[in-house]
Ligand binder design. Sequence first.
Ligand code: NZQ
Ligand code: ZN
Length: 394
Amino acid sequence: MRDFTYYAPTEVVFGAASEEKTGKLVKQYGGTNVLVHYGGQSAERSGLLNKICRVLEAEGITYIKFGGVVPNPRLSMVHEGIELCRKESIDFILAVGGGSVIDSAKAIAFGVPYEGDVWDFYMGEARAEACLPVAAVLTIPAAGSEMSNSTVITNENGDLKKGYSNDLCRCKFAVMNPERTFTLPNYQTACGVTDIMMHTMERYFSHDDDMTVTDAVAEGILRTVKDNAFEVLKAPENYAHRAQIMWAGSLAHNDLTGCGTTGDWATHQLEHELSALFDVAHGAGLAALWGSWARYVYKENVTRFAQFAVNVMGVTNDFKSAEHTALAGIEAMENFYRAIGMPVSICQLIGRQATDDEIRVMADKCSSGGKGTTGNLKILYREDMENIYQMANG
Ligand code: NZQ
Ligand code: ZN
């Protein structure tokens, strides 16, 4: 097991009606004048937004509402939010929504105390030294941003989607009421399930083979999410199953399953180019690419892919060939994606094949113009990236 530091400071308040505690929590973490940040419609339509406003008022906390975050959240809105926070002397940002809202909130929180353009952080040109406190009322289990140290923002100018990681932006608290996820359309539920599983798999597929305890946690999360996915797609208002998935979403990306192992993250990096160019849902983009990535790299650690096949996908180990078992596991994963309504190719994702030019653009951006690599299980160069996009094109 590799040396590691585990840091997960977010206070998690989980359960039915947990959002009632939001006002007290904001107060506990020093918020007096809050930016309530939210998305398009869902939080307004469900009445959650009103409820949050009422519990803030009950604690004598002032607030301003700032909505309209779109999936693949945009830099222009972040800039607008920074100006608003400065003008109104906001001292706390409360995200009510999913990963896009939380990531936008984190970006605003970095931008307020920074004199330059917040995009500098995402381009790796500066490191944030300060950040307003951020917290989340989560409405979709997926991105894991409620406990992660990351924010992912899309700069419309050049279709650049970039992540920035820094512990300063970790949520002070995360309120999670599984009932709030009952209204999710099946497609969004399935995207979330895919992303949660991928956050675990990105850490699982490595060269570190002495990971007994971390593997057990990872495989437990993967099996739980896989099994409960079918239940919530059939019965969206089943609290017990929604709760399993919601908690798994946080555990999958608060780095618990990364303890002692080196993550891969190639599928994520390749996907970010897909959602930057085609504005697709992140989870669906991951499903469209994963099988191709896996077939491209599995020979780097066949035993691990075979372990995944047996322990997660329930493939019978015939003990004839680890390679056979490994490939059966990849196929089983793709069949799972199909069963939950996810695409397994770019063609299924965007309704047509990507052109050769589009593939070149994505490989160029993913490799920073051919200078950079991605992945760890197998280090991928620009040519590998292009090969994987071509394999996934369908
Ligand atoms: O905008 P509204 O109307 O709220 O609709 C949203 C949105 O259309 C809807 N939704 C959310 N909660 C709902 C609901 N609809 C009905 N009922 C509810 N309870 O779902 C749609 C998707 O929301 P979004 O926030 O975009 O989803 P997700 O949580 O998957 O976030 C995706 C973003 O997170 C980034 C992705 O790249 C993408 O930009 N990621 C962030 C990470 C991080 N910060 O650590 C890591 C991830 O790997 C990921 O890259
Ligand atoms: Zn993800």
